[in-house]
Design a protein around this ligand. Sequence first.
Ligand code: ADP
Length: 260
Amino acid sequence: SDKRLLEIRVMSYGDRQLLLIARDVTRIHQLEGMRKDFVANVSHELKTPLTVLQGYLEIMQTMEDADSPNHKPLSLMQQQTTRMQSMVEQLLALSRIEDAVDIDLSQTVNMALMIDILKEEAKALAGTDYTLVFNCEPGLNTHGNELQLRSACSNLISNAIRYTTPGGTISVNWQSVATGALFSVTDTGVGIAPQHINRLTERFYRVDNARSSKTGGSGLGLAIVKHALNHHHSELKVTSEYGKGSIFSFIVPSHLLVRQ
Ligand code: ADP
């Protein structure tokens, strides 16, 4: 219990000298652990009451006529409860993924299969209002955790759809590049101004709350993506032009790839 956690930085100083800086981060680490536990517990505790609310709201709604004055408020209450439920699910997903250590990367993820599933999901979400283009290099698979990888890709695709006005195009690509394999999602959507780009993967960060609240998100999706990608020795890259569209991508490094 009296173990200390030190953060050590080594910097070269001049030609032949090294500068060593040690910082005691024990307390910061403890507080961070308490924060994570708190969030996970609260989210878990909120699940049951929300399910009860949702259940009764559904029953009440079926008992009301379509022209009853209660119809609209009940339907709004149901929408908001569903939204809260999905936020709670995302909070739990984030705490699970943040806490995960020693991820087993020994499974081989069949990317063609995974991308097929993502395509069906995207079709269901986009309806007929968007052009969806999916390209997948055959025989290009990777070691990894299928659930985490799929959740990362799925978040990027659903964001691309949610932040693109109907009529737009979303392209998903999986292909070899010099340093590994590139997964990219390109959209012709609202785009993101440069000052926001570095903050997108922060928990609860949303570019424009007024606009984003209509899209029903929680600001947790990209935080989940960031952690899932870190577990796969990869990181999210965002290129965007405000008003024109964005590219969200990551490279799975060569040492994880399985070519067949
Ligand atoms: P949210 O639940 O708000 O979508 P995310 O963490 O997934 O949360 O995304 C954070 C913010 O990044 C969003 O609120 C949105 O402003 C911006 N964003 C994410 N993806 C896109 C995209 N494809 N195009 C434009 N903005 C995006």
